[in-house]
Design a protein around this ligand. Structure first.
Ligand code: ACO
Length: 382
């Protein structure tokens, strides 16, 4: 039988590049000013003046909290931080050869399996689940970091803020205020970024009326990739590979010639520089200045040299992962924990979008233009 020719190819938007799929009230990049706003507030102003908890409240409830609302929000988050024994034991049994993002993905999936209200998708139930995830994810990340160092977990401290408590659970001490502030700025900048790949993944899962844990588990999987959140780890691997600042230009030439993607550079939305980078770079520079250490100076010089070479050579600017990767290293955090830290922050954006998706849901189901063989008969295989 003669094969039927495939029909004409329609207009295709590979990678959904430039496609607007829905409305959102949560955040936007204003192209004219190259600025990112959360619920209307410029993110650099939020990073300069707010705590991460205040920004989480803003993203979830639409407004910054007053003192009483913040007090209640903090008290509820702090009470939810501990892991139950079953979860802690389960996560401790996962092979250390797996990436910490696998641990986090497993943890969220397990939280869902344990929750009798898993399939309750009312706004109130999802708010409770979102807050519990926000509270527990740092406990998982810190325990896993310590396990890989051969150390016992440290229980959360309810007297400490979100960022301070993370350092306490990782290292048994609170980092200096400058370090904690830099970390908190990174959390604020990472918290939300409209319809990025992982958030869109969460919205796709939610659009089928699946549960919040399934959506977040899938989003963690999407964030893990080096073209998305995994880039903050890849930045440090790349800097370690280059080694000496004097090698930056030659390394870049060779990498570009062999069609390598330079990690921490480029962005689907920002073509003239990521609006979050200047404030993160300033905070990272403050860590470099306070360290006054030749090894830190070498890394910072290399970081600046590669940035300069990439902008000059390709006109491609760094994204948030470029300064954040270096900052986390300077804070003494292990490279495999960098993307999990991104999750600790982006959980806010994901869950805000899950709520918004459910509020006016439409199943997300695009089309593909078929380019395979035309219809044909199955041959006789006997
Ligand atoms: N290194 C080398 N070339 C690059 C880079 C890069 N980092 N980014 C873009 N380009 C080049 C592309 O090769 C392409 O060149 P061509 O037109 O000659 O083919 C051109 O710039 C356009 O790039 P696209 O890949 O089409 O841009 P896209 O919007 O699809 O990709 C992406 C954006 C995936 C982020 C890309 O810039 C990249 O791979 N960057 C490195 C990974 C990274 O840092 N990801 C983190 C993103 S931000 C975040 O998740 C917080």
């Amino acid at each position: 039988m003669t094969a039927t020719a495939p029909s004409a190819t329609p207009d295709i938007h590979r990678g959904l590049n430039g496609v607007v799929v829905d409305t959102t009230e949560i955040s936007t990049v204003i192209q004219e000013t190259n600025s990112l706003t959360y619920r209307g507030y410029p993110v650099q102003d939020l990073a300069a003046r707010c705590s991460f908890e205040e920004v989480a409240h803003l993203l979830w409830y639409g407004e910054l909290p007053d003192a009483a609302q913040l007090g209640e929000f903090r008290a509820r988050e702090r009470a939810l931080r501990p892991l139950d024994r079953t979860t802690a034991d389960l996560l401790a049994r996962l092979p250390e050869t797996c990436h910490p993002m696998d641990v986090l993905r497993t943890a969220v999936s397990f939280f869902g399996a344990e929750d009798p209200a898993e399939d309750d998708d009312t706004p109130a139930a999802n708010r409770t689940k979102s807050l519990a995830l926000l509270a527990k994810l740092p406990t998982v990340v810190a325990a896993d970091l310590r396990r890989r160092r051969g150390l016992a977990p440290i229980q959360p401290d309810t007297s400490l803020g979100y960022a301070e408590n993370f350092f306490h659970m990782c290292f048994g001490r609170i980092a200096e205020p400058e370090v904690v502030r830099c970390f908190e700025i990174s959390l604020i900048l990472y918290a939300e970024h409209s319809f990025n790949a992982s958030t869109f993944t969460a919205r796709v899962v939610t659009s089928t009326l699946s549960d919040l844990y399934s959506a977040v588990t899938a989003a963690i999987g999407a964030l893990k990739g080096p073209l998305h959140g995994g880039a903050n780890e890849a930045v440090m691997h790349m800097l370690n590979e280059i080694g000496d600042p004097s090698r930056a230009e030659a390394w870049l030439d060779e990498a570009l010639t062999s069609q390598r993607k330079i990690m921490g550079f480029g962005h689907r939305v920002y073509k003239h520089g990521d609006s979050r980078v200047p404030i993160m770079q300033e905070a990272t520079d403050r860590l470099v200045a306070r360290a006054a250490d030749p090894e830190v100076t070498r890394l910072a010089t290399l970081h600046a040299a590669l940035r300069h070479a990439m902008i000059t050579r390709k006109g491609i600017h760094p994204n948030l992962d470029y300064p954040a990767g270096l900052a986390y290293h300077l804070m003494g955090l292990d490279i495999p924990a960098f993307t999990p830290i991104f999750v600790m922050s982006r959980i806010v954006g994901w869950t805000a979008h899950i709520t918004e998706q459910l509020a006016h849901n439409a199943l997300i189901r695009p089309l593909g233009a078929y380019t395979g063989p035309g219809q044909r008969s199955v041959p006789n295989l006997g």
